[in-house]
Design a protein around this ligand. Sequence first.
Ligand SMILES: [Zn+2]
Length: 282
Amino acid sequence: MIKKLFMFALVGGMFSLTACAAGGSSTESTPTESTSENTTAAQSTAETTTPVNTEAQEVTTTQFTYTTEEWKAPEEYGKVIALTFDDGPNTTTTNEVLDVLEEFDVKASFFVIGTNISEETVPVMQRAVSQGCEINSHSMTHDYMNSMTDEEILADTEQVNQLIKDAIGTEPKFFRPPYIATSGKMFRLIEMPFIAGYGCDDWDPAVDVDTRVQKTLEQSRDGAIILLHDAKGNSQTVEALRQIIPELQAQGYEFVTVSELFYAKGIQYVPGLKKTFSAVPQ
Ligand SMILES: [Zn+2]
């Protein structure tokens, strides 16, 4: 099999800026319409996206390599969306989320916390991979990394990436900063694209199932990354998923991993943009 390497570039695009640096928010807030000004501004600047080489079997970016053998050609995708889950893995809620994904035959991405990776939870991560899901990093300790030193950021990242590699055989491809709190140091030192996403505050038990469903559906659009949580005990999100997935399927969405979302849209993250993606450009 001929394996071609190719590069494609993105400058600017429809990404959302997120909370950053000094004293980041105490909750995991996510970008909403309030960032649309930034988005529009970013779009109006140079956006140069070159077409994807559909013959390629392997995609190499400066950040990561992934195979596309199981993926169709980018132009064959319709509306795509990526469900993502933070704060696992655990043996309860993560498995319940996987049960729902399995039932509806959809893929998602899990952004795991290193300290949650254990003998008990490694099989859960492996189950996720066997269902076509992707495992990404949500840091080692879930601390505010924007106040860490260079050494601390590097140590944290190295540790969690190694644990993930030990568990599933590959390092994570994407990084979600705890609390979506970022800093220049983090962008300089963490060599993975930063992902935020559109959330429904589902880390808050006071947000009921209907609200989670409604807010997620309102924010869903082609190329979006949906931010949810599979933290232990978050059964309201499991319940919400049972409504969110069939509704979005009825609207014609295909659920893909974050890697596949970028691939489907022909986008390569370019380091140094100091952006956190909540969606990929159309
Ligand atoms: Zn988190």
